[in-house]
Design a protein around this ligand. Structure first.
Ligand SMILES: Cc1cc2nc3c(=O)[nH]c(=O)nc-3n(C[C@H](O)[C@H](O)[C@H](O)COP(=O)(O)OP(=O)(O)OC[C@H]3O[C@@H](n4cnc5c(N)ncnc54)[C@H](O)[C@@H]3O)c2cc1C
Length: 479
């Protein structure tokens, strides 16, 4: 009755379906929402277990059938404190990114970076390698301490001086339950947010000197010089106010720009016109520029520079029904930054080649730049600056995205996985490095004897963590 009362009925513990975002991966597990630490420790002993945050990963990394699934995101580990002396925040596994941001802004603070959706748990987001773009782009880079339970129910706390720390801080279900994390924060600030509709060839000049750069590519425009929506952030400086250079709405260019900005809705209403609209936009070749100075207390300034949250402006129903967030499968991976333009061209050409087979990419190709290296071995940017490439498709078409991922990993060295959005396959072993795979495996085995914490099957295979879990299809088929 959520639609009538606005309140969802609290889900009951027991055997239930667990599934990934957009429900492409699913299975039955014994879902448990422990009320406190003692209940959690008690439940550890009963059968193999795993943890779920808010189930916002697309690739099923949170889905392990047949075992106990600790639904940490729906449990009551919601402690959240801010320490003004160190500028750090400490929170539990039920705390969502939105809740953390709302609490921080009251202290004039913000998260260092974040993804473009705030309903994930903070711990699920950092475990899955969630990132934004610009400085310190991967959320787990901000972690200064974390505490988890080992397979015997003992608490283990790690800080950056511990050699195990960088592995545990971004460990996608191989360490857990994580009970608490401490994160660095930064003072709130205003930014100059510039958005252009332009061509890829103009990006370098327009983005020069920006602290954060993200691009959305119109996938069926000209691969030689794609039509793009470019977005940059710079610290707000005196004398620079909002600005708008757009074509009048009633002109062809104005209408095209309007449609491009609302491609997510148009795409849903008229999917058969998806390709033709983009070809038309490519011919019309619109050019626009908007500048907004973001409000210091705006929680989603990275993705939506207008004041307030998108959900506070548009009726929820409209966003829920049309937005790419709720209608598309999203697959992502990281490519070396200096090759991102080539990868985009390759993806555009490959997508065009697949069109006669009935596949059309949905929405735009996202390219967020992570310009700094991270010390966390399983972060996208561990080996150096990268671009996070986001691809979208209708849910029934998700497997085509895996084919595109495979094509990119086979032609471009150094492609790294997004733990919540890539297809986790052995193609990534080379770029992750055998020594780091061995180190995480050793850390997992040190804390978790067989029959306790059980990561997702794809992770178990990549990290050689023993036979497939008993309830997996492969275990059943080969029993
Ligand atoms: C609409 C949408 C937008 C997104 N935008 C972005 C984006 O901008 N950038 C980006 O990088 N990603 C993005 N993502 C992906 C998402 O941020 C990640 O997949 C994230 O990990 C999901 O967090 P969650 O709390 O739902 O965790 P889940 O998906 O439930 O779990 C993720 C992993 O964390 C583990 N885990 C969760 N809680 C614990 C715990 N307490 N202890 C130990 N392990 C735990 C799980 O076992 C699993 O391995 C988006 C996803 C959606 C649905």
């Amino acid at each position: 009755m959520k639609w009538l009362t606005g309140k969802a009925k609290a889900p009951a513990d027991g055997l239930a379906r667990v599934q990934s975002w957009m429900a492409v991966f699913f299975g039955e597990a014994h879902v448990t929402r422990p009320t406190d630490e003692a209940a959690l420790v008690d439940a550890l002993g009963t059968r193999p277990y795993s943890c779920i945050g808010q189930s916002h990963s697309y690739n099923g990394i949170q889905v392990i059938p047949g075992i106990t699934a600790f639904h940490m995101g729906e449990a009551r580990f919601d402690h959240l404190t801010y320490d003004p002396a160190t500028g750090t925040a400490t929170c539990g596994p039920s705390v969502k990114v939105l809740t953390l941001k709302q609490a921080l802004v009251k202290h004039g603070r913000r998260m260092l970076n974040s993804g473009n959706y705030m309903e994930q748990t903070v711990i699920g987001a950092l475990s899955g390698g969630t990132h934004g773009y610009g400085p310190e782009p991967v959320i787990a880079q901000a972690v200064t301490a974390l505490t988890f339970l080992d397979g015997y129910g003992q608490k283990v706390t790690l800080t950056p001086t511990d050699p195990d720390f960088p592995y545990a801080a971004l460990s996608f279900g191989t360490i857990g339950p994580i009970l608490s994390v401490t994160l660095r924060t930064a003072p709130v600030a205003s930014y100059q947010s510039d958005a252009w509709v332009t061509r890829l060839s103009k990006k370098a000049a327009l983005a020069k000197g920006a602290m954060a750069v993200s691009t959305a590519i119109v996938p069926y425009s000209d691969p030689k010089d794609p039509l793009i929506m470019l977005h940059t952030l710079r610290p707000a400086s005196k004398g620079k106010g909002p600005r708008k250079t757009t074509a009048p709405l009633l002109s062809l260019a104005g209408l095209t720009e309007f449609l491009l900005r609302r491609l997510w809705a148009f795409d849903r209403l008229f999917p058969s016109l998806r390709y033709r609209l983009q070809r038309a936009a490519n011919r019309i070749n619109p050019r626009t520029h908007r500048r907004v100075i973001t409000a210091p207390d705006d929680l989603d300034y990275l993705y939506d520079p207008e004041p307030l949250l998108k959900t506070q402006r548009a009726p929820d129903l409209l966003t829920g029904f049309f937005a790419t967030t709720f209608t598309a499968y999203n697959l992502a991976f990281f490519v070396p930054l200096h090759r991102s333009d080539e990868v985009v061209r390759f993806l555009m050409l490959e997508a065009e080649r697949l069109r006669p087979l009935g596949f059309v990419l949905k929405s735009l190709i996202g390219v967020r730049e992570l310009p700094e290296k991270s010390d966390l071995p399983f972060a996208g940017n561990f080996a150096g600056p990268v671009a996070a490439i986001d691809l979208f498709a209708d849910v029934r078409d998700y497997a085509w995205l895996e084919r595109l991922q495979r094509a990119v990993t086979s032609y471009f060295p150094g492609v790294r996985p997004h733990w919540g959005k890539s297809a986790i396959v052995e193609d990534f072993a080379g770029s992750l490095g055998q020594q780091h795979i061995a180190a995480l495996r050793a850390l997992h085995l040190k804390h978790y004897p067989p029959g306790t914490l059980t990561p997702n099957e794809a992770v178990r295979k990549l990290f050689d963590l023993g036979a497939p879990a008993a309830q997996s299809a492969i275990a059943k088929a080969t029993a």
